[in-house]
Design a protein around this ligand. Sequence first.
Ligand SMILES: Cc1cc2nc3c(=O)[nH]c(=O)nc-3n(C[C@H](O)[C@H](O)[C@H](O)COP(=O)(O)OP(=O)(O)OC[C@H]3O[C@@H](n4cnc5c(N)ncnc54)[C@H](O)[C@@H]3O)c2cc1C
Length: 329
Amino acid sequence: MPKCVCVITEFREGKFRRVSFEVASEGRRIADALGAHLCAIVIGSGVTEKASELGAYGVETVYVTDDPALEHYLTETYVTVTAAIIKACDPAVVILPASVNGKDLGARLAARLEVGLAQDCVEVICDKGIIKAKWPIFAGKCFAWSEWTEGTIPFISCRPNVMDCLMPDETKKPSVEVIKVPIPEARSRVQRVDLDTAGKIELTEANIIISGGRGMKDASNYAMLEELAALLGAAVGASRAAVDSGWRPHSDQVGQTGKVVNPNLYIAVGISGAIQHLAGMGSSKFIVAVNKDSDAPIFSKADYGVVADLFQFIPAFTEEVRKYKTTCS
Ligand SMILES: Cc1cc2nc3c(=O)[nH]c(=O)nc-3n(C[C@H](O)[C@H](O)[C@H](O)COP(=O)(O)OP(=O)(O)OC[C@H]3O[C@@H](n4cnc5c(N)ncnc54)[C@H](O)[C@@H]3O)c2cc1C
């Protein structure tokens, strides 16, 4: 049997992030194609008792390093610990999430292990035993396929919300091995100050996103989108124009220089649809655009378009959603 396929998971605030199950599922598919074993790396604080949850997604062995010093992601500590575990399990393929932390970790790990990284991939295949990964280039205008020269490990980060999760099978339990790795004291160059999620739905993991652009005209008008988002269980995003105007924080920005999102439903409100914005949301499953200009480029990408003044449409639509929810509950 060839060596194992290894997936790197993400754990935050007492639970696995959904993208961990996506990479585990993708790892399972690749391991099956190679006839290999599937292992996962879980590091953090208080993670040991949750590690076996990965068995439901086909993971056979989980390597765990559990230490209070690993409670929060810090590049220096996470790279050192993860690299030590990867060297010990000697995998044939490594897959990790292309989340904000995953992109950082992947790049550093690839340099440390001297392997080639295909970042932010949207498809991975095993073609007669050869791993190939597809990733968007030129702001998503086209795609490139990467494959690795013989003797090097395919090292792949997968875009969140793209890879399908396997149907979980709770009866499957992996073996859990606790690995002790000396944890370097984080050097003083980087310090974790705060993580302000305040109950917000993470954009990269959201099922529905409502984003507002320059058409929103003022920061206070986002209350309208927040209200609708609360009814739909959606996250609120923004275009760069809105962020540059100081109406929303940069963490809400969707696009080439913001976050790449892939929700089931993306509602673009008062956003023109510049190529740099489309680079971040163009792969959403359904796109709805609300814009008063019928020639706005966003309509050529949208599945449904509403040509209207957003200040009339959004309150009316919110009211309809509220009525619908009341009737259904
Ligand atoms: C290197 C680079 C990187 C960039 N990265 C990003 C990025 O990550 N994300 C990003 O978003 N942009 C990015 N941009 C900027 C991008 O080019 C656009 O300038 C930006 O996306 C425009 O934002 P917008 O659509 O909100 O504003 P606009 O283009 O000004 O569009 C506003 C829209 O609102 C509509 N509107 C106005 N009033 C109403 C109303 N009352 N009702 C309904 N509709 C209304 C208008 O018809 C218009 O279509 C980048 C640019 C560069 C050069």
